[in-house]
Design a protein around this ligand. Sequence first.
Ligand code: PHE
Length: 348
Amino acid sequence: MTQRIAELRAEAEAAISAAAGSAELEQLRVRYLGRKAELPNILRAIATLPPEERGPTGKAANQVRQALEGLIAQRSEQLAGGELEQQLRRDVVDVTLPGAPPQPLGRLHLLTATRREIEDVFLGLGFRIAEGPEVETVYYNFDALNHAPTHPARDRQDTFYVTDDVVLRTHTSPMQIRAMEAQPPPLYLIIPGRVYRRDNDATHTPQFHQIEGLAVDEDITLADLKGTLLAFARAIFGSDREVRLRPHFFPFTEPSVEVDVSCFMAHDSHPPAQRCRVCKDTGWVEILGSGMVDPNVFSYVAEYGYDPEKIQGFAFGMGIERIAMLKHGVPDLRLLYDNDVRFLEQFG
Ligand code: PHE
């Protein structure tokens, strides 16, 4: 029996020393020391042996069991150490490598940024934002805005006609009518959007952007218009700007005015001998058209609660491209549409 025990020991020691991982080691522990393994069975059966064999067999078997337990514990530690080592090597981070460079995020197009900037100013003044169709009927684009049947803007040379009574809107003003049809006064709205005209040169593209403003309430006066536009001009062009109103004509406002903002170009930023490129030395820059809503326009929407005898309003319309170009000194409108990132990256 001690012979068999010695054989088991040799076999188990060889296998345990060769175990390649902790899982394999656990299998060996079960095989040699587990409940059904041979060595524990021998120990359990000691009592059935002849009395003179019990002492030496028990002693030998116990020694081997202890030896194997010790060997397994030792090998287990070795393996765990090796596995940790490997794990650490796999997970190693070279902190001396340069960090991942931030991915370029992109930015808003100058026109989008400018539109949002303008929207923010009017939102702050209590206006809401609305949008409307770019393909518009002649009724909303011209008729209900009090354009005479022979008004030159209706000409096919100036306006893109889709059919005889449908056009690509030439301005955002048709939304004045649609907005008033949609809800009764009071109304404080701005309407940004694309507009279309048959024009194409350094200062005109066939498609461009406007922001319309419309305020309708009781007791609205030209002073409200001027105060609103002064706040706008100061927010966009600087807190020491002034505005000036010049008489003008639009079919749908009466009186109509063109609005100038005092030149925001620093006087020492261009050579004294050269004319200021922003205001041509006049001190004023035109920024938009506006006026008091013509009572004739209200008569088109009188049935929606707009009685020309009871309410007044002001309206204005500005070109987003023009505001962006003035503010940032962009010399050619077409730069805004070339999509050259070297140009666009300078803004936003
Ligand atoms: N719609 C006019 C234009 O495009 C601008 C404008 C809007 C004028 C509102 C007066 C009132 O030129």
